[in-house]
Write a protein that binds this ligand. Structure first.
Ligand SMILES: Cc1cc2nc3c(=O)[nH]c(=O)nc-3n(C[C@H](O)[C@H](O)[C@H](O)COP(=O)(O)OP(=O)(O)OC[C@H]3O[C@@H](n4cnc5c(N)ncnc54)[C@H](O)[C@@H]3O)c2cc1C
Length: 374
């Protein structure tokens, strides 16, 4: 085993201990303080270079935190960390200028600033080119108007990596990315949206009414927003797969334990052939998901991960997550439908994975384009 693998396992153990001490007692009342705790304990943006406050460790360390929190049954924590460390921070790390990196990244590492990504609008989800939020340059600032919806971390966010049209007449070529401080005048957060799963994690509408965003908060070049999304979405989709893999493993863990305790017809339900085959199939599917995930991660680390492969992984891993967890919940009988049994939380938290980050239908469209073009 390579030296860093031992370090990764040590880091994994530390994070598991952190979750049982600091997350388990407060999980249902997710508060801003949890972000500070995560930051203080060194669990945010860990692959950000040391010069910006991070550890500068390989990407798998950062993804491991997403995977392990999902495995522990904290799907909401997994998504929250993912949006902050795997989605928002990499946009800054890879595209921002030096001044922007020095301003935002250390605060994201410490948890002082919570990050979010703002793309979706009420009238523009899959069809992002139809977005209507506009940011019009006026001297030394952009005037931002419009709204976003379904924004993860939206209530706690201090910074939103926001897509808006700097040229409203153009479609894709009019889109730019801005680093928007949520404390600016005219920036309003809507209510915390009520979801069927990911209960302790905040998802919000955001409203912009003549928000003056300093021009120096443009991320990269104007009009390049879509190109940057194409560049960064493979990392986001890899992180969604990390959540899927962790959840699959966690669901197998708790089901294995349950079927060895529960009895029917005078025997453990784990002794029925059906139970054994369902668990075996879950394991087989987990191994396939892990192999695809690891291949994808290796490509990412070599800067060779393409949009099609990441889309295929996102679709495959999240379909697997839903299918496996549904089959495992069945082994709990009626108890699986009760919220006090954690398998029910794995189930409701899994459903969104096939929708956000681009729906799995859009993922298949991307894969199809790679095969037969548009
Ligand atoms: C809990 C949650 C968290 C989220 N977090 C974020 C976030 O942090 N930031 C953010 O920007 N967004 C976020 N989203 C938004 C999410 O990415 C979108 O909901 C998703 O991309 C789908 O867009 P939509 O809801 O408008 O559905 P629509 O685009 O209206 O799609 C409806 C249906 O039509 C299908 N469809 C659409 N176009 C096609 C096509 N060309 N071919 C085949 N089928 C098609 C879709 O697959 C879907 O089944 C989040 C959503 C949720 C629910």
């Amino acid at each position: 085993m390579l030296a860093y693998d031992a370090d990764l396992e040590l880091f994994r153990d530390n994070f598991k201990r952190f979750m049982s001490e600091h997350v388990a007692p407060f999980y249902e009342q997710w508060e801003k303080e949890v972000w500070s705790l995560l930051g203080e304990n060194g669990y945010l943006c860990v692959d950000v270079p040391e010069v910006y406050g991070g550890y500068g460790v390989p990407t798998e360390y950062s993804l491991m935190l997403v995977e392990e929190s999902a495995r522990a049954g904290y799907g909401a924590l997994s998504t929250a960390i993912s949006c902050h460390s795997e989605i928002a921070a990499p946009y800054i790390l890879h595209i921002a200028n030096e001044e922007q990196k020095q301003y935002w990244l250390p605060k994201m590492v410490s948890g002082e600033v919570v990050g979010a990504i703002g793309m979706t609008e009420p009238g523009a989800g899959s069809d992002l080119q139809g977005m209507r939020s506009s940011a019009i340059l006026n001297g030394d600032h952009y005037v931002l108007n419009g709204s976003k919806t379904f924004i993860s971390n939206g209530q706690h966010a201090d910074l939103v990596v926001l897509a808006a049209k700097t040229d409203p007449q153009a479609r894709a070529k009019g889109v730019s990315l801005l680093l928007v401080d949520t404390h600016l005048d005219g920036f309003k957060k809507g209510t915390n949206l009520d979801k069927i799963g990911l209960h302790s994690q905040d998802t919000s509408e955001l409203f912009f009414d003549n928000v003056k965003v300093p021009a120096n908060q443009l991320l990269g070049s104007a009009g390049q927003g879509f190109a940057y999304l194409m560049q960064e979405l493979p990392r986001e989709r890899t992180a969604i797969a990390a959540t899927a893999l962790g959840a699959i493993r966690g669901a197998i863990d708790i089901t294995t334990q349950y079927v060895q305790e529960r009895q029917a017809f005078g025997q453990k339900i784990g002794s029925f052939q059906n139970t054994r085959f369902v668990l075996a199939q879950a394991k087989i599917d987990e191994l396939a998901t892990a192999a695809f995930y690891n291949q994808n991660l290796a490509l990412y680390k070599q800067s060779k991960l393409d949009v099609e492969t990441a889309a295929a992984l996102k679709s495959f891993s999240t379909d697997m997550q839903m299918k496996i967890i549904d089959s495992l919940l069945q082994l709990f009988g009626g108890y699986g439908y009760m919220t006090e049994y954690p398998i029910s939380r794995f189930f409701v938290d899994a459903r969104i994975q096939r929708i956000y980050g681009g729906t799995n239908e859009i993922m298949k469209e991307i894969v199809a384009r790679g095969i037969i073009g548009r």
